[in-house]
Every structure is written in structure tokens, then in C-alpha cells.
Design a protein around this ligand. Structure first.
Ligand code: AMP
Length: 242
């Protein structure tokens, strides 16, 4: 069934209580793609901390001015800024049935803060533990995905010049806008981002494994297969009440 069929108004998916979903995996693992698929199917928001930071940079907010140099260097924005930003986003009414965290938590401090925050958040009247999906991808695939990634600045569609090229080079298939490459997808920044991931974010997989919450996904598989498995995990966790 195409993803959109399940999300039409009146579908039970549009009222299901899904709870918090965390997507873990290195930059380029496909977290954004999978988050969008879950968001479409269950009509819950994708909360991409990278996207929110980039918007702040474009708008020139104080947060954006502080985050910009850190992001350009491939480092991690300090926890105090991240926690305030995420806390404000989780309060939005669209997150009441659940949400997908894409790019958060990324440090031990963020994970512990989020566990605490979940103690006072309810979904459809009850507290819910996070469903954690860890997408694993081989190093060569990661490099190809990051260096080839292009996105549409208008509608957010993601392409890859090697793996999923647009029909016309450099142009968005659906809206015709010229595609752009993220500044931090340049080769010199990528190695720093992968180092930040290994140092600070990889240990979070063990943190959630100790809680018995991690679902492992092989992100080297074709994207449709990864999406099917992702949706099946979310579907069964939502049905079981996580
Ligand atoms: P992403 O789009 O998730 O790859 O994020 C792009 C950049 O935003 C990262 O390389 C970090 O500099 C910053 N960033 C995003 N999420 C976080 C986070 N949870 N903690 C710290 N920095 C973050």
C-alpha cells in the first residue's frame, strides 16, 4: 500500500497514539528519510534538530548565530542550547500523539534529560517510553550518501546524485527548484561529523540497549525495504502501547 493511502483523513493512523520515537544512526544513515516515512504514515511530526538549527541560522536568530560556526566545523551544539530548543518544540500541540526525534539525543546528557522530560509528558493520557530504532550503515555507503546528498530548499525532498538522482540533473522532480548541497556535506566536514558521532552518539546505542529498547535496522538494504521494516516496528510498538 502506498504510504499516502494510509494517511488520508479518517484513517485510524491519524488518531493512533504512537508515543516518542528516536532514530539513531550516523549522519547519512537515512534517519531523515525514515522519519519522513513515519511522519506521513502516522501523521506525527518529524522533529529534526539539524533542520531546526538550520532554520535558525537562515533566520539569523541568536541560537542560529551561536550554532552556525559549530555546525560548519562538524561539531555538536552545546547541550544547554539544544535542550531549550527541544523542550520548546515538544510543547507544540502537533506532538501530542507522538513525535519522531531525528538527530536528538546525540549526547549522554541529552539522553538523560529526555528520559526525565518523558516522566512529565503524556500521550493520549499515559506516559510512554521511547521506541529506539538504530540504523546501521557501512562506512563506504555513508560517504556515498553524504557526498551525493542534495535537497530541495522548497519542499524538502532529498535526492542522491549516485543513488537516487532527480530526473533532470540538479532540479527537484516535484517543484522544479534548483537542488542544494548542505554546507556540512562537503568532504572536509564529513569526517569531523563522523568523529563526533563515534565519540558522543554511538555510546547512546548502548545506553538504550541497557534499557532493552533498541530495534536494529540494516540501513544498507534498499530504501523501500528499510522503510517497510521501520514502519512495521513503529506499528507494532504503537499497537503494544510501547
Ligand atoms: P543533522 O542534520 O542531524 O546531521 O545535524 C546537523 C548539525 O547540527 C550537526 O552536525 C550538529 O552540528 C548540529 N546538531 C543537530 N542535532 C544536534 C544535537 N542533538 N546536539 C548537538 N548538535 C546537533
Amino acid at each position: 500500500m502506498p504510504a499516502d493511502t494510509a494517511t488520508r483523513a479518517g484513517s485510524p493512523k491519524a488518531t493512533a497514539v504512537v508515543g516518542p520515537i528516536i532514530l539513531l544512526g550516523p549522519p547519512g544513515a537515512g534517519k531523515g528519510t525514515q522519519a519522513k516515512a513515519i511522519a506521513r504514515r502516522f501523521e506525527i511530526p518529524q522533529i529534526s534538530t539539524g533542520d531546526i538549527l538550520r532554520e535558525n541560522v537562515v533566520r539569523g536568530t541568536e541560537l542560529g548565530r551561536k550554532a552556525d560556526p559549530v555546525m560548519k566545523a562538524g561539531g555538536l551544539v552545546p547541550d544547554d542550547l539544544m535542550l531549550a530548543m527541544v523542550a520548546a518544540r515538544l510543547k507544540q500541540p502537533d506532538a501530542a500523539r507522538g513525535f519522531i526525534l531525528d538527530g536528538f539525543p546525540r549526547t549522554d546528557g541529552q539522553a538523560q534529560w529526555f528520559d526525565q522530560a518523558l516522566e512529565s509528558i503524556t500521550f493520549g493520557g499515559r506516559r510512554m517510553a521511547p521506541v529506539v530504532i538504530n540504523i546501521r550503515v557501512s562506512y563506504n555507503q555513508l560517504l556515498q550518501r553524504l557526498t551525493g546528498r542534495r535537497s530541495c530548499p522548497v519542499d524538502g525532498r532529498i535526492y542522491n546524485v549516485y543513488l537516487q538522482p532527480p530526473q533532470q540533473e540538479g532540479i527537484c522532480d516535484s517543484c522544479g527548484a534548483p537542488l542544494v548541497q548542505r554546507k556540512d556535506d562537503k568532504e572536509e566536514v564529513i569526517s569531523e561529523r563522523l568523529k563526533s558521532y563515534e565519540r558522543q552518539t554511538q555510546p547512546l546505542v548502548d545506553y538504550y540497549r541497557r534499557q532493552g529498547r533498541v530495534h536494529e535496522l540494516n540501513g544498507d538494504l534498499p530504501v523501500d525495504q528499510v522503510t517497510a521494516e521501520t514502519l512495521a516496528i513503529v506499528e507494532s510498538s504503537a499497537a503494544a502501547g510501547a
